[in-house]
Design a binder for this molecule. Structure first.
Ligand code: ATP
Ligand code: MG
Length: 582
C-alpha cells in the first residue's frame, strides 16, 4: 500500500539523495572503512576465545595473542576514524550546499514572500533544517550501512561459535525489538512535544528581551514572567514524562535481557556438557550479544532520523521550488532618460481586501520633482515600491522611457533607481562600506567622501574615532536615526542614478540638517526624475507637481499654488500637517 504521502516522501527522499551524489567518492571510502571496521570488530570479539581457552583455562602462553589484540584494536580505531571523517565531511558539505541554495533563492524570490514568512523562520530553514536534511541524506547512511555490517559480522561470529545458542537469541530478539519500538514511539512523541514547548518558551523570552524597554515602561514585567513561567512549567512536566518513559524502557530492556540471557545459559549448559562449547566460546557469545544491542537500537532509530530529515527537506524544498522574480524582459538599459508613466495602476498586497493603490495615472518627466503627499496609509510608499518592481501591479501599466517595466532586465531597471526608503537599512561594516554598498563597492574614497559631505553626514563622521572607516554596528545600531538616514542619502547620492526616490528620507533630521541635505539633493535634481514623499512644506513647495493620495486614489494633482487655490484635501492637509516649517 502506498498512499500519496509516502509517494511524496519517496520523491523527497530521492531528491535528497541527489545532494549526496557529488560526494559519492567520499561516501564509497566511508563504506569501505565501515566494512573494515565491522570485520575487525568481529575479529576482536572472536579473539576472546583463544585468550580465555588458551591463556586462562589451558594456561599456555601464546605471545601473538596480546600483539594481535593491540593491532586489531588500533586498526578498529583507525577505520572508525576514517569512517567518521569521510561521513562528517560529506554531511557538512551537503548542509552547506543546501544553505547556499536557500540563501540564493531567498534573495531571488519576489519581495512579497517577506510579508508572509518571518525572518526567524527563514533562519530556521537555513540553520537546523539544512542540518537535519544533511543528516538524513548522509549520516543516516552511516548508521544504516555501518550498523548493518556490524550486526551481520557479530551474528556471523555467534553462529560460527555455536549456532544452537545463537538460535535462542534469534528467536527472542524480535520480541525485544517490538516492545522497544512501542515504548520508543511514546518517547519520540514526548520529545517532539518538548521541542515545541521549548520553542514557544524561547519565542516569548526573545520577544520580552527584545522589547525590554516597553516591558519596563508599560509595567509588563509580571505579565512576561507569568507567560514565561507557564511555558517553562509545561516543559518541566513533559521532561518528567520523558524521564519516566526512559526508565520504563530501560527496565524492560533489562528484564528481557535477563530472560534472554537465562535461556542462553540453559542452552549453553547443555552444549557445554555435550562438549561443544568452551568457556572462551561462551565469552564470545556473551560479548557479541552485548555489542549487538546498541547497534540494533541505532538501526531502529534510523527511521526516525530519516523522517525528521524528510520533514525538514520538505520545508527546504518548498522554498527552493518557488518561482524567482519574473525577469524575462530582454531589453538592456544602460542609462534611462527617466520618463516615468503610470497608466491606471492598481496594486493590492497579498491577502488584503482593499487595494493599496487604485486606478492611478500620472507622468513624471526627467528633470522634475514629483512630491507625493497623503495621510498615513494612503499608499505613498506602495506607489514608489512598484517602480523597482518590489511588488507587481494588479492591473494597469507602468512605463519607463515609454516601455513597460517588464521589458527591461530586472537588474538594469533597478540600477536606474537610487532609493532612500522609509526604513533605513545598514549592514554590519564600516561607514565607507555602507555608503559604497554592492555595485558601488569600487567607488573611490574621494567619491565616497563627497557623497557623505553632500548628505551633510561628514559633520558626525569626522568626529568618529576612525572617520569613514568606523564600524556602524549591527544594522547601524551605533548610530542615531538621523545619522543612519544621512548615510542612506549618501549612498543614494553616490549611486547617481537617473531616478531618485526619497521616502520620508529626511524625516528624522532637524530643520538645519534637512535644509543642508535638501540643498545637496536640489543640485542633483535637474538631470534626473525625483519622486519625493515628504511632510515638510519646504520640500513640497518647490516640487514641479504634487500628487495627493487618499486611500490609494489620486485625488488631486498640480503645483502647490494650484492645489492651495483649489482648497481641497491638499489645502486641508497643508493647514494641519505642513505648517511646522512654514
Ligand atoms: N507589506 C504589506 N503587506 C500588507 N499590507 C501592506 C503592506 N505594506 C503596506 N500595506 C498596507 O497598504 C496600505 C498603504 O501603505 P503604504 O505603506 O503605502 O502607506 P504610506 O502612505 O506610505 O503611509 P505612511 O505615511 O505611514 O508611510 C496601508 O493600508 C497598509 O496597511
Ligand atoms: Mg510610507
Amino acid at each position: 500500500m502506498m498512499d500519496s504521502s509516502t509517494v511524496a516522501s519517496r520523491k523527497t527522499w530521492r531528491r535528497l539523495q541527489g545532494y549526496a551524489r557529488p560526494y559519492r567518492g567520499l561516501l564509497l571510502a566511508a563504506a569501505a572503512a565501515m566494512l573494515l571496521e565491522a570485520l575487525v570488530s568481529a575479529a576482536v570479539v572472536k579473539l576472546q576465545q583463544p585468550i580465555i581457552d588458551d591463556l586462562l583455562v589451558a594456561q599456555t602462553f601464546k605471545w601473538w595473542l596480546p600483539v594481535a589484540m593491540v593491532l586489531l584494536l588500533l586498526a578498529r580505531g583507525l577505520f572508525g576514524l576514517a569512517g567518521d571523517y569521510t561521513i562528517a565531511r560529506s554531511g557538512r558539505n551537503v548542509a552547506r550546499d543546501l544553505r547556499l541554495q536557500l540563501m540564493d533563492k531567498y534573495l531571488r524570490i519576489p519581495g512579497q514572500h517577506f510579508d508572509s514568512e518571518p525572518v526567524p523562520s527563514m533562519l530556521t530553514r537555513l540553520g537546523s533544517d539544512a542540518d537535519q536534511v544533511a543528516r538524513a541524506a548522509v549520516d543516516a547512511l552511516k548508521v544504516m550501512i555501518g550498523n548493518a555490517l556490524q550486526v551481520a559480522a557479530l551474528l556471523a561470529v555467534m553462529i560460527w561459535t555455536s549456532w544452537r545458542v545463537s538460535l535462542v537469541l534469534l528467536i527472542l530478539a524480535p520480541i525485544m525489538a517490538w516492545t522497544m519500538g512501542r515504548i520508543g514511539k511514546r518517547y519520540r512523541r514526548l520529545n517532539h512535544a518538548i521541542q515545541e514547548a521549548s520553542a514557544a518558551a524561547l519565542q516569548s523570552a526573545d520577544q520580552a528581551l527584545h522589547a525590554q524597554q516597553e516591558v519596563k515602561t508599560y509595567g509588563g514585567h509580571a505579565l512576561e514572567m507569568q507567560r514565561y513561567g507557564g511555558q517553562t512549567l509545561r516543559n518541566v512536566r513533559l521532561e518528567m514524562k520523558v524521564e519516566v518513559t526512559r526508565g520504563m524502557l530501560s527496565l524492560f530492556v533489562q528484564f528481557l535481557g535477563a530472560v534472554t540471557l537465562a535461556s542462553m545459559l540453559v542452552v549453553a549448559g547443555f552444549e557445554a556438557s555435550a562438549g561443544r562449547l568452551s568457556a572462551g566460546d561462551f565469552s564470545v557469545l556473551l560479548t557479541s550479544m552485548v555489542a549487538l544491542v546498541p547497534a540494533l537500537r541505532q538501526l531502529t532509530n534510523v527511521q526516525n532520523m530519516l523522517n525528521r530529515g524528510i520533514t525538514s527537506a520538505e520545508r527546504v524544498f518548498a522554498i527552493l521550488d518557488q518561482a524567482d522574480e519574473a525577469d524575462d524582459g530582454g531589453h538592456a538599459l544602460p542609462r534611462a532618460k527617466g520618463l516615468i508613466e503610470f497608466r491606471h495602476v492598481s496594486a493590492r498586497y497579498e491577502g488584503q481586501e482593499t487595494p493599496a493603490i487604485r486606478d492611478l495615472s500620472f507622468v513624471a518627466r526627467p528633470g522634475t520633482v514629483t512630491a507625493i503627499v497623503g495621510r498615513s496609509g494612503s499608499g505613498k510608499s506602495t506607489l514608489v515600491k512598484l517602480l523597482p518592481r518590489f511588488y507587481e501591479p494588479e492591473s494597469g501599466q507602468i512605463l519607463l522611457d515609454g516601455r513597460p517595466l517588464h521589458d527591461y532586465r530586472l537588474a538594469d531597471l533597478r540600477s536606474q533607481i537610487a532609493m532612500v526608503s522609509q526604513q533605513v537599512m545598514l549592514f554590519d561594516g564600516s561607514i565607507a562600506e555602507n555608503v559604497a554598498y554592492g555595485e558601488l563597492h569600487a567607488a573611490s574614497r574621494e567619491a565616497i567622501e563627497t557623497a557623505i559631505r553632500g548628505a551633510n553626514a561628514m559633520e558626525f563622521v569626522e568626529r568618529l574615532p576612525q572617520g569613514i572607516d568606523s564600524p556602524v554596528g549591527e544594522r547601524g545600531g551605533k548610530l542615531s536615526g538621523g545619522q543612519r538616514q544621512r548615510l542612506a542619502i549618501a549612498r543614494a547620492l553616490l549611486k547617481d542614478a537617473p531616478i531618485l526616490i526619497l521616502d520620508e528620507a529626511t524625516a528624522a533630521l532637524d530643520n538645519e540638517s534637512e535644509r543642508l541635505v535638501q540643498a545637496a539633493l536640489a543640485q542633483l535634481m535637474p538631470d534626473r526624475t525625483t519622486l519625493v514623499i515628504a511632510h515638510r512644506l519646504s520640500t513640497i513647495e518647490h516640487a514641479d507637481q504634487v500628487l495627493v493620495l487618499d486611500e490609494g486614489r489620486l485625488v488631486e494633482q498640480g503645483s502647490h499654488a494650484e492645489l492651495i487655490a483649489r482648497d481641497g484635501l491638499y489645502a486641508h492637509l497643508h493647514r494641519l500637517q505642513f505648517r511646522e516649517s512654514a
